[in-house]
Design a protein around this ligand. Structure first.
Ligand code: SOE
Length: 378
């Protein structure tokens, strides 16, 4: 019998929806030790929060996050607000003894992320950061193939995250849907927002990064601020590219932009090893491309593995072989893993401490772009 787990979710934007969907779907498909109970949704505007509560099944709507964190009946605080609010809420939730699921990136910078890690570890509360792409079955399968040694020694790791939604100078900075363009709310631009995903997956698949050499660009230097109504300097990076050395000796090449006309959310990765290579693409997320040089040369070539069979990661829980799943399922998977680990008293990756490593790399990337020097990861 699943134990009830009372959820307080803070933030009713895009991520609030992905997480709410996961709470609702979890026990339809997974034998979780916990049954999420949607106690309270919290957001700035009462009527929006109430409409969200009605749509997703929360018992109550709240506008003050302190009240959510202080409620004795809340077991898990889920943080889906802009990055500049993560630290304060997470530290308060840790002190109140709550389990915490926090959206990425963990913080505005690594100094702030470090404070969060200290608070969470002192409180010994279950914690996880939502880097959901690890749990797309094809990406999880890539991890399995690498860990089995199928690729052999890794030489190259290449990854991009391309979007095109900020090309117009009319897109404002700040405000509900566009806070990602406001450096005070976001901390950085594509580095923290998009490259953080690529970095998290890379650390998981290929190990730690030693140093980086980066360049960034802000193509549109001034934008109207949605909150003040004034035209203000833009402080975020619109595009970022960096190269790096991994500790295992392989070379990394990363790129992210919101100015790649035609690309909406093209997250790709390719890994080249001594024996085999793998390639993955978010726009075709249920496929893993695999090339193995040890195949019979007459039929050797790139295979496109349709990741839907029951022996592939997570797929047994869903439909039948051949029927694919999508983006939203990665949030169900991370929730399933988090609650399973919580029940067993084990950490669930990526923990706050692991996400701190990603934050340190983001900081090193931004430092390197400023100094135009190779920069060691702090
Ligand atoms: C930005 O547009 C964004 O929504 C990111 O914030 C998410 O983390 C990414 O998964 C999709 O794009």
């Amino acid at each position: 019998m699943a134990k009830p787990l009372n959820i307080g979710l803070i933030g009713y934007g895009f991520m609030g929806r992905t997480h709410s969907n996961a709470y609702n779907r979890l026990t339809n498909f997974f034998d979780s030790p916990y049954q999420p109970v949607l106690k309270v949704i919290c957001g700035l505007e009462k009527d929006v929060a109430q409409a969200f509560a009605n749509r997703w099944g929360y018992e109550e709507a709240e506008t003050d996050w302190h009240k959510v964190v202080e409620r004795p009946d809340i077991d898990l605080v889920d943080i889906c607000v802009p990055n500049n609010m993560h630290a304060e809420i997470a530290i308060a939730a840790a002190k109140a003894g709550k389990a915490i699921l926090c959206e990425k990136p963990l913080a505005l910078n690594s100094a702030q992320a470090e404070e969060m890690v200290l608070a969470i570890e002192a409180a010994k509360v279950p914690n996880m950061v939502s880097f959901n792409y690890r749990r797309i079955p094809a990406v999880t399968l890539a991890k399995q193939l690498i860990d089995e040694g199928r690729l052999g020694k890794i030489f190259h790791y290449r990854s991009q995250f391309l979007q095109d939604w900020t090309i117009s100078a009319d897109v404002p900075q700040g405000g509900m849907a566009t806070w990602r363009l406001d450096v005070k709310a976001a901390g950085s631009g594509v580095t923290g927002d998009l490259l953080a995903h690529c970095i998290d997956t890379a650390l998981w698949l290929n190990g730690s990064i030693a140093d980086v050499s980066a360049m960034t660009e802000t193509f549109i230097k001034q934008r109207k601020h949605a909150e003040t109504g004034k035209v203000e300097e833009v402080g975020i990076d619109d595009a970022c590219a960096f190269m790096c050395h991994f500790a295992n000796g392989s070379l990394g090449l990363f790129e992210s932009t919101r100015y790649a006309r035609g690309h909406k959310a093209l997250y790709t990765l390719e890994i080249n090893g001594e024996h085999a290579s793998i390639r993955w693409d978010l726009h075709d997320l249920h496929r893993l491309e695999y090339f193995d040089h040890r195949d019979d040369s007459l039929v050797r070539g790139w295979r496109s593995v349709h990741v839907t069979d029951g022996d592939m990661p997570y797929m047994k829980k869903w439909w039948v072989p051949g029927l694919q799943i999508g983006y939203e399922h990665s949030f169900v998977h991370q929730l399933a893993d988090f609650l399973e680990a919580m029940d067993q008293g084990k950490p669930c990756s990526p923990t706050f401490r692991e996400a701190l490593e990603t934050q340190k790399i983001c900081d090193a990337v931004l430092d390197s772009a400023r100094s135009r020097q190779w920069t060691s990861v702090g």
